[in-house]
Design a protein around this ligand. Structure first.
Ligand SMILES: [Zn+2]
Length: 271
């Protein structure tokens, strides 16, 4: 396979705004050998700083890892940045032979690793994956989170990949491009804060209460300190995160230890 100089055109088919980063058509660690999969990332860049403050890193690399790091960047506004047409260093070592650097395309979405995802950005993420699947003849099952194909990685945080792939599959089939009008449940959970490792806020108490009410807090955890004291802890400590992960697994969710839009409905008993 040569340099993938069609990538900007593929990106435009999403209907999302596209920026071609100067020099992208000849940028890469050699040509891309093949495309068998797509790997979704978050940049872990700054929490603020505009639409795509990680562009320079994704394009040119960081100490110890030469750029380009991914073929695509994805801004907070849903803007797609076409960074490279050749091979990129975005997933090594890979637990999947279909998702290593020589076999897959990387998308680096701007997010600091814990902040909520703007709906417009996630929508563009799905559309870009769907158009790439179409272009390279891939099923939606070939779209993976970095954390699914690399045991040392957490990204992209709090995105339920099964639901994400279902939406991509629908887009590939030409299904509804936009989700149906949001239900009151979705409106509610989108207003709720993201709770995960080291969060220290009143919302942590709410999640503790939900998990307890759903019978998901093993008694030994609060036997010593007492239930009230356990429920009143505002810190999402390691023990709490493990309880949350176990709950997510039991509910068929990604066990990422973050209570966000995918997990809140289950915690509240609305799913
Ligand atoms: Zn990653």
């Amino acid at each position: 396979m040569p340099y993938l100089t069609q990538l900007a055109e593929v990106a435009r088919r999403t209907g999302c705004p596209v920026t071609e980063v100067s020099g992208w058509k000849s940028r890469g660690h050699g040509p891309q050998p093949e495309v068998q999969g797509i790997v979704c990332h978050h940049t872990a860049g700054p929490a603020a700083g505009g639409d795509y403050p990680s562009l320079a890193v994704v394009r040119s690399g960081r100490p110890g890892l030469d750029g380009p790091l991914s073929q695509f960047g994805l801004g907070r506004s849903g803007r797609i940045y076409v960074v490279a047409a050749g091979r990129c260093w975005h997933n090594a070592p890979s637990t999947s032979p279909l998702h290593d650097n020589s076999s897959s395309i990387g998308i680096e979405a701007e997010n600091n690793g814990s902040q909520p995802w703007p709906a417009v950005q996630v929508d563009a993420y799905k559309r870009l994956c769907a158009e790439l699947c179409r272009e390279f003849g891939l099923a939606a099952s070939r779209v993976k989170a970095h954390r699914e194909v690399n045991t040392g990685k957490p990204d992209p945080h709090s995105i339920n990949m099964n639901a994400f792939r279902a939406a991509v599959a629908s887009l590939i089939k030409g299904g509804p491009a936009a989700p149906a009008a949001r239900s009151w449940t979705e409106d509610l959970v989108n207003d709720l804060p993201l709770v995960g490792p080291n969060t220290d806020s009143y919302a942590v108490k709410t999640v503790r209460g939900c998990l307890f009410a759903r019978g998901r807090v093993p008694k030994p955890l609060y036997a010593t300190v007492g239930l009230e004291a356990w429920l009143n802890r505002t810190k999402a400590d390691a023990e709490f995160v493990e309880v949350l992960k176990a709950f997510q697994h039991a509910e068929g969710l990604d066990g990422d230890g973050w209570c966000g839009p995918a997990t809140w409905p289950h915690a509240l008993g609305l799913a």
